[in-house]
Design a protein around this ligand. Sequence first.
Ligand code: ADP
Length: 386
Amino acid sequence: MTSASRPVLVINSGSSSLKYQLVDPDGGAARVTGHIERIGEGPSSVPDHDAALRRAFDELAGDGIDLRACGLVAVGHRVVHGGNEFHRPTLLDDARIAALEKLSELAPLHNPPALKCIEVARKLLPDVPHIAVFDTAFFHDMPPAAASYAIDRELAERWQIRRFGFHGTSHRYVSERAAAFLDRPRGSLKQIVLHLGNGCSASAIAGTRPIDTSMGLTPLEGLVMGTRSGDIDPSVVSYLWHTANMGVDETEAMLNQRSGVLGLAGERDFRRLREMIESGDGAAQLAYSVFIHRLRKYVGAYLAVLGHTDVISFTAGIGENDAAVRRDAVAGLEELGIVLDQRRNLSGGKGVRQISADDSPIAVLVVPTNEELAIARDCVSLLAGS
Ligand code: ADP
């Protein structure tokens, strides 16, 4: 049996959730998937990530999978922030984990749950390599013009303040799949990828290199998201401090957890938002309009950044499923070369599919993302030394 035909356990921990998948990196099939939600949110929920991971292992055992005997090749951990130091899949040992812990200052909302899961998983599976794959990695080599904030340079250097970008595993995977679908070498293509899920981000990619992306130092910047504001004048923070007596932590929580579509409409799920709009809810309509307006601004900006694009891909929960968002994101842009086929856009489907007209100069695709598979393959490549 080659190592590549053995499964990889991928662990993806969010602030209050934990997703896991046992993936066959060769064929791409997920043998088992699981999702534990509402961690630490109430008396009946799982108290913390330690307990959540133990529950995940119990669930796998319940499915008849003995992780110690199934030939596991690696455990792949999704880590949101790699800072400047980590921009490749990284085999974890005590020293690297200590270095990662330091990065939690840069990503206090995002990295600690992953670190907790790494600690527990290493205890439960001590004989298997544990590998971290970073959301920031793909954007590590973005041009300085896109990666730099226009602030005091020494301050930025001292405190590692730059635009890192996130969802990189998804942007890379989707751009690879789009090129394969179009049967064109990836190096010859310019691409815009729109990852629209609970978190939303856009990227402009020339060949294999990302030229810009919408998220910044943290995943707060850029597009309007389920609960995050995206771009906002940073003076809002000091203004709220002076006028509303809101502390920095309170404002940060507001911008991350109670803003975006949720903040505007009281609802973050786009299926429910659509029902609210249809029943005449003005706040839901405004939330949708703000979401679409920002998305269109980024599409236009990235067309200008790239000069032209060959393909625009929609991915993640909203991008893969919400035909109205796709229609409204590019409506009226025929003169820029984007011509949707409305019938194709409305018809569902499972794999990669084209939703632009055959004579559209720019191909518009729906490309289902699969971060778990990309992480599993990164683990195998690292272990194979490539
Ligand atoms: P994440 O992986 O970031 O947790 P997903 O990529 O699964 O998020 O996206 C979740 C979001 O996708 C949900 O909040 C919901 O708004 C949206 N979504 C999922 N299915 C549909 C659908 N059929 N129609 C519209 N939106 C959907």
